[in-house]
Write a protein that binds this ligand. Structure first.
Ligand SMILES: *[C@@H]1O[C@H](CO)[C@@H](O)[C@H](O)[C@H]1NC(C)=O
Ligand SMILES: *[C@@H]1O[C@H](CO)[C@@H](O)[C@H](O)[C@H]1NC(C)=O
Length: 373
């Protein structure tokens, strides 16, 4: 009995210790953290490593209007995220396959550029790059924790500086940027959907019935989620992201909390309201197609919901699956509001299994996409 208890404690401690050990947020000051992304003449320029990665990762495709576009998927990752989260994220993106220009099968993981936020994590990311043919770029800042980024810690706010700089670096290089948080899985290729829409910025958002085909000057008056956000590399989009980054820095310098999620809509709407929808346009993606965990476990049901009203958030009875008719339409499931990164990884795998059980193979409902050479 005694030895049994001892063994149990060791196992419990072993699974608890690694994250708890590195879990404390670093106590870097926010103004210092913000300043570390800037030099006297502005935001730091993209590194040569980033430029090379973008050039190799970019995917040339034909959009629904007959124009050539070059797209990259961008994400950011810290030490804790390389324990498990990125492996699930990338193995899922590898499942989203399509024929490449030369007829050879291609997949989305090969077009991902990951900015690595924590020093010493490059090697872990490179192991994944070898496995999935994605690209890892060092974007290390030693102010960041190696553990989970706790909501509303200084590290957490620092994600915004990394995210804005990452998006800006991609746009500055002239490619379309689909920025993805790594805590999501895909069931269908989202690119044909994005390439059939005209707005400069497309972002996911809360459960609400609105259109996403007409480019608008403002987003609907509900929460958006920048864990899935697509940008076209226009001059004005690039400027809007630069201004957003600068705003975050100014908030931090004043001693306040700069949250990228809260500032995103006002930042881009401020620009569009000055220059009009002709020069900067946006739309919020249909919430029933791009659901996330803050909505609940089964996404968003808009059937019979009047235009510009909130939708229903279906419950998931214990042991049951979500409604197959809703699941058939899902492009992805994103896991904010779901716990630490390892909890998220488990959920991502669980949603893949549910999709396989209820709907069919990952990618089986993807629309075709024309890849150019
Ligand atoms: C973090 O806290 C420790 C202990 O209070 C202190 O010695 C150290 O200077 C702090 N570091 C920063 C970057 O604020
Ligand atoms: C990838 O696809 C395979 C084959 O359908 C499936 O078994 C696996 O669970 C999928 N994994 C992810 C993470 O999508």
């Amino acid at each position: 009995m005694r030895s049994f208890c001892f063994a149990f404690l060791v196992v419990a401690a072993a699974s608890w210790w690694p994250s708890a050990y590195a879990d404390a947020p670093t106590n870097v000051s926010l103004p210092d953290l913000a300043n570390s992304f800037w030099v006297d003449s502005g935001l730091k320029m993209p590194s040569k490593e980033l430029v090379d990665a973008v050039n190799r990762a970019k995917l040339p495709v034909l959009d629904a209007f007959g124009h050539r576009r070059e797209i990259i998927l961008m994400s950011i990752g810290s030490e804790f995220a390389f324990q498990r989260l990125f492996d699930v994220f990338l193995s899922n993106l590898q499942n989203i396959t399509f024929p490449g220009a030369n007829g050879v099968q291609d997949n989305l993981a090969r077009h991902v550029v990951v900015n690595v936020m924590t020093p010493g994590s490059a090697e872990k990311c490179n192991v994944l790059a070898a496995k999935y043919s994605c690209y890892c770029v060092s974007f290390a800042n030693d102010a960041f924790t190696l553990g989970n980024f706790h909501v509303f810690s200084n590290d957490f706010y620092g994600i915004g500086f990394t995210k804005t700089a990452t998006i800006l670096d991609g746009l500055t290089l002239g490619v379309d940027v689909l920025f993805l948080d790594a805590d999501q899985v895909f069931f269908r290729n989202p690119l044909p959907y994005l390439l059939a829409r005209e707005a400069d910025i497309l972002v996911s958002g809360d459960c609400h019935n609105h259109g996403d085909a007409t480019p608008m000057e403002r987003l609907p008056p509900i929460n958006n989620n920048i864990g899935f956000v697509y940008f076209r590399p226009t001059a004005m989009t690039t400027r809007a992201i630069y201004n957003w980054a600068m705003w975050l820095r100014n908030i931090a310098r004043k001693g306040e909390k700069p949250w990228d999620q809260h500032t995103f809509a006002p930042a881009v709407e401020w620009v569009s309201s000055h220059v009009s929808v002709r020069h900067l346009s946006m739309a919020m993606l249909h919430s029933d197609l791009f659901p996330y965990f803050c909505m609940g476990p089964c996404g968003c049901d808009l059937r019979g919901v009047p235009y510009f009203h909130n939708g229903r958030l279906p419950a998931r009875p214990r042991g049951a699956d979500c409604d197959p008719d809703l699941m058939r339409e899902w492009y992805n499931y994103h896991m904010p509001c779901a716990g630490d990164m390892n909890v998220k990884s488990n959920l991502m795998e669980e949603y893949v299994r549910m999709y396989l059980r209820v709907t069919g193979p990952i990618n089986s409902r993807s629309a075709p996409m024309t890849v150019l050479s």
